[in-house]
Design a protein around this ligand. Sequence first.
Ligand SMILES: [Zn+2]
Ligand SMILES: [Zn+2]
Length: 364
Amino acid sequence: MSDKQDTFEPELRRDPLTGIWVVIANRSGRPSGETEREKVLPASACPFCPLKEKTTPPEIYAIRPGGGEPDSPGWTLRVVPNKFRAFDAGLPLKRQGMGMYDYMTACGAHEVIIETPDHEAQIRSMPREQVGLILDTYRLRLDDLRKDPRFRHVIIFQNYRVVAGASLPHPHSQVIATPVVPKLVKDKLTTAREHFQERERCIFCDIVAQETYDGRRIVSQNDTFVALVPFAARFPYEVNIFPKRHQHDFTLMTEEEKWGLVDILQDSLQRYYALLGDHESGWNVPYNMVMGTAPNLLPRPGRPDYWGTIEYDYHWHIELIPRLTKMAGFEWGTGFYINVVLPERAASDLAHALEPAPESQPVA
Ligand SMILES: [Zn+2]
Ligand SMILES: [Zn+2]
């Protein structure tokens, strides 16, 4: 394993959770952030801004401190169905074989959490209380969607800025409930279960313990959470955030842990901004945030014990991925990733990103 910070031999690293091999290769030095300049939708044309409530599908949930009718102004956060949804709760769940293929209806839910009325806001600089409300809403939507036994998994993610997949710049998260557990998630769950069956330990707790002991890939930590660059990071400056206390599900967070998460999330995004953001426009680097939590644990017909040990073997976490590089043929064709920044270097850059620049010495 290479330990040098600037130039290094290409390496193959296998992620213990997914089994995915990653090529760590210093091909072009630090990525220049050569992402396309996106067209920015002004607030006047934004359907998520206040006074445009009727342009979204009718709201599912909202916080209106002063009260008021649904789909009227005065809200601090709204949840609405995605107008262009990939999954639809109205579709009946139908599983069917078609020759060698399995067919299924896209029965599910696809919701948008409009995180704030402020078109220009960013998580990194929002009031702490507002980020707390967003996390409360994540929990609420998870609890609600899991009551539907057709939904096997719920994923919550955020695409910040257009190039990361968001079609609107107004700060929002998306919630998608699917009728199957997605492959990548299932692979992780299976690996975690096997690790537990062999060792009676949580693989995520093991990773956090080893990384804390090693220290080279730790970005920051507080009493309840730790942010680190994964050993086999697929992307430059990828960061994973783990609760320090073992817990398989996001909804199990205590109030104290919730504020710990708010802090480390804002801190991580401030580090991205300091290191990779556009300081002229005030924009952060485009990024994806994905929250990986336990699947829906409602018993399945015929498979009552399917997730029998999940309480002990799985550990929810958040992935932050800055969009600095593009996937190309090699990645798509092989499942390999090429990461041009050594994970230890990325962690060290992020760990020092918020330190004031050293004062320049006067020349004698
Ligand atoms: Zn807006
Ligand atoms: Zn754990």
